[in-house]
Design a protein around this ligand. Structure first.
Ligand SMILES: Nc1nc2c(c(=O)[nH]1)N[C@H]1C(S)=C(S)[C@@H](COP(=O)(O)OP(=O)(O)OC[C@H]3O[C@@H](n4cnc5c(=O)[nH]c(N)nc54)[C@H](O)[C@@H]3O)O[C@H]1N2
Ligand SMILES: Nc1nc2c(c(=O)[nH]1)N[C@H]1C(S)=C(S)[C@@H](COP(=O)(O)OP(=O)(O)OC[C@H]3O[C@@H](n4cnc5c(=O)[nH]c(N)nc54)[C@H](O)[C@@H]3O)O[C@H]1N2
Ligand SMILES: [Mo]
Length: 768
């Protein structure tokens, strides 16, 4: 299938090629020496030995740079052996590769040809060296000067008859300074169209936590893990996506804590961890992580949590200390209504929906009944469903019953995705309007910000598709592949007059474009960012609300790169041509001045310049203080959540689209998913052996996955069946390949997060 665009016949999907699959037994532990070996192999291959050691020694150290992978916080006492994990090393190797995408590369390959490459091949081509322009009707990108590139953007922005015709997307790798400047420029231009990757990610957490506890972020600090008595981990695969979390869980276990994993898959990192930084971890069998594993069916977490709380309520009738009544009385509202709503569900119905043995549930209930220092962690397995917001509200209900908030060893822990996705939001990347923020912007920057709500990612897709938005600018990310409904999103992009990507590496959003397209290459986190010979630093915020400095250590990939703040300043300057209350060029090249402005505009960033030194500072968090004064009745809110409905017909499955061990979102590092035993192939679908028998397919047989919403057939063709320990009726496959199946108009209520973890599909044998 091709989509036509002027003279370019580009494909939103790569050509289907099989890469030589090998299956082994899934691994029963995470990390270990093999993890170290794989990490170093990736580093040496991409960066060479000397550069690898130079950079790895500084990653996540106080005087170094923040890992570009996940947002897990750094411990106070950082390991001198290296404070990074296998997948952090892979992320660094990807960014600090010595391969280059230069003008000759773009001369050699047309955009049409590149669009048939796999994401793996596209990514491996190297770092982008210089600004490139794809002119209307042209088949190849051509080099362009920075000045001319900025002028093209300014002209296209100028031609819009409404500022809401421009979209300013952000991916969570930007610094606070870049994101702050970007948000201010969008508002100065006149729009709140600031969608960002968190709309597809933890937006459900933000909405649920905001409504129930008054802050859209988690409440725990890293140290709380060391004290916790029970940690519940729902819908998260830390062994792959947040490997340094395993060290915290190991410490929790060593201090007597218990861990319950709630996941359709028995992910290796949740079974056992061999800490590569300790002698014991290398030589022995490591630490068992989960005490209880509940192989919940996809999207039945609400049923499970309800059943757990019903059982706790029965125990609490005999022993009131099972619930924290003084906490409930003092800090919460809605308890009585919550209990009577809970009573309306039958234990039998709930148990049947979970599809697990009552025994594992009873073990969990026993742990929760006698302990009060409880942490609940979650990630995409909870947020990316139609009821994503309610999934999280149900977790909050449990913590409220137990009084497990605002005390050491207890609280909420939405485990964030991108390394600075939380910071970007804190400094003003949001599509909705915050009146207080607008007032301060007006005061400090002397312009009036717009008051109309902007587009999130779903509404941005729709606006481009319908022709209401004509210019797209991406501060990082890969919108075309990351967003749902790949063909719809591709058409949306192709409706634009101009698409601009501020990027480090080549990706599909450079190939599926508007009539004209620009690639603006930028410095990575690991690189020197110098002005007048002086090294500069930026700041980021981790998953637990701590803001700290980051400063790169490597020579930049090319002399033509600009930093993100300077690119944004360049665009703003070309657009306003000096006729604006803000000196965009001056501000963008002086990071201390950007931070001063952040201090003035954002109350929680007061004194960010000095406080970000030495490991950083925590932003205010009302849950830690048990201050719910700005919520209705001044209290934390219990919620009455309903069970989700999927109405599967006879031969339908629920599919979750997940990450392999060798990828970072749409960036494919390699073709192995070592922990799940899949080597050298990504076009696979995991299926329970009895389902394979039921529909008559063999191991490694080729099948097509079909979703059927609103009468529209969407197909992901030719996937190899891999038998796996997964609940019956459930399937798993990797994204972005399966994003073709997710309808653009199916998302979580209130948060608009696409339903990437519960897509109804049928499986057909492939005739190819
Ligand atoms: N190496 C690496 N690190 C990453 C990323 C990466 O791609 N690679 N991505 C980053 C980003 S942006 C993010 S958001 C995070 C993502 O981190 P995760 O959320 O861990 O990523 P996913 O692969 O989407 O895994 C979701 C997990 O939820 C489970 N799950 C799916 N559906 C359900 C359900 O209905 N209920 C329950 N209980 N479990 C379910 C799946 O089996 C899987 O284990 O990781 C970040 N870190
Ligand atoms: N089906 C399905 N879809 C999903 C998900 C899912 O689980 N299933 N997960 C969703 C989630 S959680 C997320 S967060 C989104 C991710 O959506 P995005 O954030 O848009 O996608 P990424 O793949 O992380 O973006 C990778 C690109 O960022 C650029 N980049 C890397 N580092 C830098 C940098 O330092 N600066 C700049 N300017 N650019 C940089 C590179 O060019 C790289 O190609 O995808 C979502 N999509
Ligand atoms: Mo994410």
């Amino acid at each position: 299938m091709k989509t036509n665009h002027t003279s370019r016949k580009v494909s939103p999907e790569s050509e289907i090629k099989f890469t030589g699959i090998e299956l082994k037994a899934p691994t029963s532990y995470a990390a270990g020496m093999l993890g170290v070996k794989v990490a170093l192999e990736h580093s040496f291959k991409e960066m060479g030995v000397a550069r690898s050691f130079q950079a790895l020694a500084k990653m996540n150290q106080k005087e170094g740079f923040d890992c570009p992978s996940c947002a897990w916080p750094d411990p106070e006492n950082r390991s001198k052996l290296g404070e990074y994990c296998e997948n952090g090393a892979k992320a660094l190797a990807e960014e600090a590769t010595t391969k280059r995408v230069d003008a000759a590369f773009f001369q050699k390959y047309s955009v049409e040809e590149l669009s048939r490459w796999s994401d793996y091949e596209i990514g491996k081509s190297g770092r982008i060296e210089a600004p490139m322009f794809l002119a209307e009707g042209s088949s190849h990108y051509q080099p362009i000067s920075w000045e001319k590139a900025f002028e093209i953007i300014a002209e296209e922005l100028d031609q819009l008859n409404n500022p809401n015709g421009a979209i300013f997307y952000t991916s969570g790798r930007s610094s606070n300074e870049a994101a702050f400047l970007y948000g201010m420029f969008a508002r100065a231009f006149g729009t709140n169209n600031l969608p960002d990757c968190s709309n597809m990610c933890h937006e459900s957490s933000g909405v649920a936590l905001g409504e129930t506890l008054g802050i859209g972020k988690g409440s725990v600090k890293l140290e709380d893990f060391y004290e916790a008595e029970v940690v519940l981990i729902l819908g998260q695969n830390p062994g792959t996506n947040h490997p340094r979390m395993l060290s915290a869980l190991e410490k929790c276990k060593q201090n007597g804590g218990k861990i319950v994993s709630i996941n359709p898959l028995e992910e290796a990192g949740l079974v056992r961890f061999k800490n590569p930084q300790s002698v014991g971890g290398v030589l022995t069998s490591g630490t068992a992580i989960s005490d209880v594993h509940i192989p919940i069916k996809i999207n039945e977490d609400v049923a499970l949590l309800k059943l757990i709380m019903k059982k706790l309520a029965v125990l609490a009738e005999k022993d009131p200390s099972v619930f924290d009544h003084s906490f409930i009385d003092k800090f919460t509202v809605g308890y009585t209504s919550f209990l009577s709503h809970l009573a309306s569900f039958s234990e039998e119905e709930l148990l049947a929906r979970c599809g697990v043995s009552e025994d594992v549930i009873n073990q969990t209930v026993a742990l929760l009944a006698k302990n009060k220092k409880i942490i609940v962690c979650w990630a995409m397995g909870l947020t990316q469903h139609k009821n994503g917001v309610e999934n999280i509200k149900e977790c909050v209900n449990l913590l409220l019953l137990k009084g497990s908030l605002g005390k050491p060893g207890a609280g909420t822990c939405p485990v964030r995705g991108h390394s600075n996705v939380q910071g970007d939001r804190s400094v003003g990347i949001m599509h909705f309007v915050n009146e207080d923020l607008n007032e301060r912007i007006a005061e400090v920057f002397k312009f009036t910000p717009p008051i109309e709500e902007g587009y999130d990612t779903v509404r941005a897709m729709e606006a481009m598709h319908e022709g209401n938005a004509k210019v797209f600018v991406g501060l990082g990310g890969n919108f075309v592949s990351a967003a749902s409904d790949t063909y719809y999103t591709a058409e949306a992009f192709q409706n634009c007059n101009l698409t601009v990507q501020i990027s480090t590496k080549l990706n599909r959003s450079h190939l599926i474009t508007g009539k004209k397209a620009l690639i603006l290459p930028t410095l990575g986190r690991s690189e020197h960012d110098k002005k007048d010979g002086e090294l500069r630093f930026l700041t980021v915020e981790n998953s637990m609300g701590k803001v700290h400095r980051t400063r790169g250590v490597l020579e930049p990939a090319s002399d033509w790169l600009k930093s993100e703040p300077e690119i944004i300043g360049g665009i703003a300057n070309a657009y306003f041509k000096g006729k604006h209350s803000v000196d965009w060029l001056g501000l963008s090249s002086n990071y201390s001045e950007i931070r001063n402005k952040m201090s003035e505009v954002l109350p929680s960033f007061k004194k960010v310049e000095e406080n970000s030194k030495e490991g950083g500072f925590y932003l205010p968090n009302n849950v830690r203080e048990l201050d719910f004064s700005h919520l209705p009745e001044g209290k934390a809110q219990f919620s009455n959540c309903e069970l989700p409905e999927h109405e599967l017909v006879e031969d339908e499955f629920l599919l979750m689209t997940i990450r392999s061990h060798d990828q970072f979102n749409t960036t494919v590092y390699g073709l192995n998913d070592r922990y799940r035993g899949v080597y050298n192939e990504r076009r696979v679908v995991f299926m329970h052996p009895s389902d394979m028998k039921k529909i008559g397919v063999e191991r490694l047989e080729k099948v097509n996955l079909i979703s059927n919403y609103d009468g529209k057939r969407r197909e992901a063709l030719q996937f190899l069946v891999v038998p796996h320990k997964i609940p019956k009726g459930n399937l798993a496959a990797y994204f972005p390949e399966t994003n073709v199946l997710v309808p653009y108009n199916r998302y979580a209520d209130k948060s608009y997060t696409p339903i990437s973890k519960s897509i109804k599909v049928t499986v057909e044998k492939s005739v190819v």
